[in-house]
Ligand binder design. Sequence first.
Ligand code: CUA
Length: 469
Amino acid sequence: MAIAIALILLLAGSILFHFLSPWQLTPLASNWGSIDDTIGITFWVTGFVFVAVNVFMAWAIVRYRWRADRRAEYEPENKKLEWWLIGVTTVGIAALLAPGLFVWASYVTVPDDAHEVEVVGQQWHWGFRFPGEDGSFGRVDTRLVTGDNPFGMDASDPAGHDDVLVHGSRVRLPVDRPVKALLRSRDVLHNFQVAQFRAKMDLVPGQLSYLWVTPTRTGEFEILCAELCGIGHFAMRGMVEVVEPEVFEQWLAAQPTYASELARAAPDAAAGKALYTPCAACHGAEGQGNVQMNAPRLAGQDAWYLIRQLEYFKAGARGAHPDDTHGQQMRAFAGMLADRAAMADLAAYVETFPEPPPVISIDGNPQRGARVWRNCGACHGSEGQGLQATQAPRLAGQDDWYLERQLENFRRGIRGRHPGDAYGWQMAEMAKLLRDDDATRDLIAHINTLALAAAPAPADPTALARRTD
Ligand code: CUA
């Protein structure tokens, strides 16, 4: 009897939990209400079976409990009961599967008036490409992918020149207009999912998959990677902003095209030298850094990273936090650079600086730090050399006091929380791995060992050449 009561209590508890649980589906923001209906039908069918089986069990336990005056009967065959069970199960399974088949048929049938966007996934961020004015995408090839050509665009295909390339994990879509998302992966399996759209699909290397959706209300909706794709999987998030069609068109027209990227002149280090003059006062004549001026070392840092940070400072995506006093100083200086070309010239000049030997000022336990480092190395490179593919800058050889301050800023939300900082918030998430100041110092002590291992021997002048791996 006690077991029968326990079963009924569990049953009632489960049903109550289902209806009272705070974890419900997010409010729908797309045309895929039919997917919600299918989920609802699944809950009703499985819920009915769940209730029926448990009530039957409780009833059987009470009705057929042990009594001294009766014995169990052995009945291996019961045609009538079997026909009933086959019939009821068939109806149940058909009710579970049939609606899904209809929904799937419309899920893979893209409406003719859908516009297109390509979604490119890679460890651990998203990129987006729109077909431009000609309405067709240019050819791409994974073999053409480089740090400067993350989409693998084929410059010889004229159809690609008007393609709009969105670097970074934020994209906009117009409301009430069906869109076909073409999905492509640069490395491993990923899965594009927006919970409010109820739509998701795998990205398979070497294959082009797709899904389509009509966003039905404006707002910001998070893009998640729903396929375990390596150590940074949890940080592979993005944002789709659904806006009014006019806002979308304006935004799209303001995005750079592939042609404008191709037209960029090669950076001019000589022009950068003149631009560097105001920087030298704090960062040093050869970018060696100056702790008294709170100015980190620039020598040895990659140009692509310097350009991006200058862009962020100028746009206020970095250094705008009221507690980031040193970042605010940098904002003023970045504002003096006219455009991206000027930043590229400046970064090209910084790349000519010889690399001074690392200066160690922080004490910690590098063995303990090495354990945390395994997470960092996935993006920054195992030797801390920086990887453009993952958009992670070089750390080895960077001033350790600066690393400590930035990790602290990431941990406290002073850096990396601005929506325009496409990669900073990944670091803000990662910095949560550091439980306290000791953990930070241990990690930096390990990065210092990487710097010392990579440091050029002063006697050998060729070793002063920048590490390019
Ligand atoms: Cu990409 Cu998980």
